[in-house]
Design a protein around this ligand. Structure first.
Ligand code: PGU
Length: 454
């Protein structure tokens, strides 16, 4: 596609070139036109701009998740509903800044804190509370300095940093990821040039976990693979292993000498409790496994745009942890130098202060509770209004921000085209973007799309 820079002089000269290229002295090198003579100096510059050096750059497709929000904004319908991105909304469907976040920001303003660079590994107070929150403050691995924690650019940046680490230190290893998974996982490992393959996770027949398939695939993978696990509230399915299943997974992973790699983006959003949602990670740590955890505060503290999270690597010695941390810093330095401070200070203030921490837990319960209420209401409407006898109870079994509706691509597109319900094409809806008053409308849309589109 041609550049949009088209000054008048340029259009005239471009036409002249087409008519008589030899007289004007135009040459072609690759896709670029250039002038041979000196006489057309001014015009020569204009033509060089018009024939872009970026001609071979193709248009990228919209992002399957964030692109949904862009399409939603462009829709002028009054009934439109954005259930694409996993971002919490109030009952009025407005973005929500947590009260504890406002309080922490006020404190920060009062203190008049400066904007100096952070160290490469981030804010020390943030890293400390972050490891405590994940592993538990009294956890022996934290106390013995066996955890390398590096503040990074939220969950995504932490995953990307870990991927760069794997690529550098385990170039022959591959990462096993669940099928399906959060869409960006594949992009992250592709861009970091880390090979990956999928393990079975979701069984469409039961709309539940394919636990046998999952175990078999993890068993069949080469020893020493990294196994990417969603710590809680699996995205997009909303289906987590039970505690017994987590134990069995730990057995297999230990037997195979695999390295667990947890993605914890929803701590607190699965059950409403930060500790309950850290069960899987803490179980693997208790077993003495070395592991990685990418952690995000986007959802549980509503700090989406602050890009605040961390990568934690639990090692079997404090010496190994120190070396791993030094290499994570070395990888971060040429990528983004050091992380942003604002979100880190908010987290350090909220999690590090007993009063604010308790208030946060209450707000978290409120958010998780609102999602549970809309989940229930949606199920009620679906079961009441769908006369086909279809069992919709799977919606109640799923947890976290999302529901995996089982709608296929065509049905999901129908939801958007006819009903103005914006969602990802894999059939996932974010219940965090739904209100009680919109549940009936959504149920009507789902029933219509499910039964009338094949
Ligand atoms: N890991 C999982 C499993 C996620 O669902 C998300 C966010 C992240 C990591 C990264 O979140 P950060 O904001 O970088 O901490 N998934 C949401 C948000 C939109 C997106 O795709 O980034 C989602 O709707 O799936």
């Amino acid at each position: 596609m041609a550049s949009s820079v088209a000054p008048l002089a340029l259009s005239a000269s471009a036409a002249a070139i087409r008519e008589n290229p030899k007289r004007i002295g135009v040459g072609k090198r690759g896709d670029n036109l250039f002038f041979k003579g000196k006489a057309f100096g001014r015009v020569r510059m204009a033509v060089a701009v018009n024939v872009s050096r970026f001609e071979s750059v193709t248009m990228a497709p919209p992002d399957p998740i964030l692109g949904v929000s862009e399409a939603f904004k462009a829709d002028t319908s009054d009934v439109k509903l954005n259930l694409g991105v996993g971002a919490y909304r109030t009952e009025e469907l407005q973005p929500y800044v947590l009260n504890v976040v406002r309080k922490a920001e006020n404190l920060m303003l009062e203190r008049g804190e400066n904007k100096e660079y952070l160290p490469i590994e981030g804010l020390a107070a943030f890293n400390k509370v972050t490891a405590d929150l994940l592993f538990g403050a009294n956890n022996i691995v934290v106390q013995e300095g066996k955890v390398a924690t590096v503040q990074s650019l939220s969950g995504t940046g932490s995953l990307r940093l870990a991927a760069a680490f794997i690529q550098r230190y385990f170039p022959d290893a591959k990462v096993l990821i669940s099928s399906p998974t959060w869409g960006n996982h594949k992009n992250i490992f592709n861009d970091a040039r880390v090979p990956w393959s999928e393990y079975r996770y979701y069984d469409p027949r039961t709309v539940g976990l394919d636990f046998d398939g999952m175990l078999a695939d993890i068993k069949a993978a080469p020893d020493g693979s990294f196994v990417l696990l969603h710590g809680c509230a699996h995205n997009p399915t909303g289906i987590d292993p039970t505690p017994e299943q987590w134990n069995k997974l730990a057995d297999i992973i230990q037997d195979k000498n695999h390295i667990p790699f947890f993605d914890v983006a929803y701590q607190g959003f699965a059950s409403g409790s930060l500790d309950t949602d850290a069960y899987s990670v803490r179980l693997f740590v208790e077993r003495g496994l070395e592991l990685l955890v990418a952690q995000s505060y986007s959802k549980n503290l509503g700090l989406y745009a602050e890009r605040i999270g961390a990568i934690n690597v639990v090692c079997s010695s404090s010496d190994a942890a120190a070396r791993v941390k030094s290499q994570l810093k070395r990888l971060a330095r040429p990528m983004y130098s050091n992380p942003p401070v604002h979100g880190a200070r908010i987290v350090a203030n909220v999690v590090g202060d007993p009063t604010l921490f308790n208030e946060w837990k209450q707000e978290m319960e409120l958010m998780a509770g609102r999602i549970k209420n809309v989940r229930q209401r949606l199920f009620d409407y679906l079961s009441r209004k769908d006369k086909s006898g279809k069992d919709w109870s799977f919606i109640l079994k799923q947890i976290g921000m999302f529901s995996f509706t089982g709608l296929n691509k065509a049905q999901s597109e129908h939801m958007t085209n006819k009903w103005h319900v914006y969602m990802t094409k894999d059939g996932r809806i974010s219940l965090a973007g739904l209100s009680l008053s919109k549940c009936e409308y959504l149920a009507d849309a789902i029933i219509d799309s499910f039964h009338n589109v094949s």
